[in-house]
Design a protein around this ligand. Structure first.
Ligand code: HSE
Length: 438
């Protein structure tokens, strides 16, 4: 190959350092890695001690200088957060440079605007590292599964919360302690609330949904519940009943109703969910992520691997850089993009009402320990046509009893009507937990 591909790196934190390490050690990697050269790096603080050595001649504090550097062909944005990352990505596109980014927050909210600007400028914006860390999931959805009608995408797509839940279930380590560990290991977001409140997973499922179903949905309207309100007692009860609790992110294509517009209705949500121990996602532990894709005609296919951390995320960033290097190698000129890799939206989608989400539910109801209470709760379910899969009394003492119910599949409306009725029973002290269930 003739000229090397010049990389401008915006950010030298956990992921940026991982990317630089790969580019600096091309031995035994794909030969194309030798044709990629780091020519500019923007950092916040020039004085900060670093675990890798970067020539001072290519370091600077102003990311605009890196973008505008004529030696930079591809801009790699690994700063994170919405601004200034979004503005920098748009600037790079306007400068006619392809972009590789791990930024799920920006792509989930501004993906369409960015894709359309990139397509006008004839450049690529590639995002493999934005979802699932080192797991190849973006490219399979764009390319390898293109012949399918995708029905559902179900993922464990936040490494930090999966790490916390796995430790809570196995070692009974307190929540706070495990979160600190995840932060030290470089898994958690700068503000870990984004992980534990489910916002990071919601960004990621918005992106997967857009690729799987061909159109974006309003990110801010995705019903999102994290693990921050989950009680360890429910993880314990779930375990005793043969389930694991995982933070699931789901995007599902619903049937169009009569008179509905051309837009495709999608149910998209994030919530802690009970999974039967034999479910393929139940055994995904630690920082690992997994994404189960269901399509026609493929059936089910699962993508599994490390979902966060420097090495895995850098692996995905470099894969995208190589994709662009490969296209340059073929001598393709800008303005003639590979439509699968560029992945612009090709249809309208919209979020269905949360009432249309159909799933099983786990409920923990605190009641007085009086005769007939289970019967009354059972009757309330029956009146709203909700079948019960199991009902168990876990604890009875002077302070009351705890009744755990797992329902069969019901829609959100049936469930909220039933809950209102149960809440109104004089024997019921409160509904202490409501968690999804597969
Ligand atoms: N905080 C994220 C996680 C990092 O824990 O999954 C990877 O996107």
């Amino acid at each position: 190959m003739g000229k090397k591909i010049g990389i401008g790196l915006l950010g030298l934190g956990t992921v940026g350092t991982g990317v630089a390490k790969i580019l600096q050690t091309p031995d035994k990697r794909h030969p194309l890695v030798r044709d990629i050269e780091l020519v500019g790096v923007a950092v916040k603080n020039l004085e900060r001690p670093r675990e890798i050595s970067i020539p001072t001649s290519i370091l600077c504090q102003d990311p605009n200088l890196v973008i505008d550097n004529p030696a930079v062909d591809v801009v790699v944005e690994v700063i994170g957060g919405i601004e200034p990352a979004r503005t920098l990505i748009m600037r790079a596109i306007r400068a006619g440079k392809s972009v590789v980014t791990a930024n799920k927050a920006v792509i989930a909210r501004h993906g369409e605007e960015i894709a359309s600007a990139a397509s006008k400028a004839g450049v690529y914006v590639l995002i493999e590292a934005a979802v699932g860390g080192g797991i190849p999931i973006i490219e399979p959805l764009k390319q390898s599964l293109g012949g399918n009608r995708i029905k559902k995408v179900t993922g464990i797509i936040n490494g930090t919360t999966n790490y916390i839940l796995s430790k809570m279930a196995k070692e009974k380590v307190p929540y706070k302690e495990v979160l600190e560990e995840a932060q030290k290991l470089g898994y958690a977001e700068a503000d870990p609330a984004a992980d534990v409140e489910g916002l990071d997973a919601a960004d990621k499922i918005a992106i997967l949904s857009g690729l799987a179903f061909g159109g974006s949905v309003e990110r801010t309207n995705i019903p999102t519940h994290g693990i921050n309100k989950l009680k360890s007692i429910d993880v314990d009860y779930a375990n005793q009943l043969g389930y694991r609790v995982k933070l699931l992110a789901v995007a599902e294509c619903l049937e169009k109703k009569e008179n509905e517009t051309n837009s495709l209705p999608l149910a998209v949500w994030v919530q802690p969910t009970l999974l039967p121990k034999e479910h393929p996602l139940a055994g995904v532990n630690g920082v690992n992520n997994a994404i189960l894709v269901e399509g026609d005609p493929i059936g089910q296919v699962m993508f599994y691997g490390p979902g966060a951390g420097a090495g895995p995320t850098a692996s995905a960033v470099v894969a995208d850089i190589l994709n662009i290097a490969g296209i340059n190698f073929l001598g393709e000129k800008s303005g003639c993009l590979d439509p699968l890799l560029a992945a612009s939206s090709w249809r309208m989608c919209h979020l269905a009402s949360p009432n249309e989400i159909i799933q099983k539910h786990y409920l923990r109801v605190k009641t007085l320990d009086t005769p007939g209470v289970i019967g009354k709760i059972g009757t309330a379910f029956g009146e709203h046509d909700v079948s019960i899969q199991s009902i168990v009394q876990f604890d009875a003492s002077q302070s009351g009893a705890e009744i755990v119910v797992i329902t069969q599949e019901v829609n959100g409306e049936q469930m909220s009507k039933t809950l209102k009725e149960i809440q109104a029973l004089k024997e019921v002290i409160g509904i202490e937990a409501q968690i999804g269930c597969l």
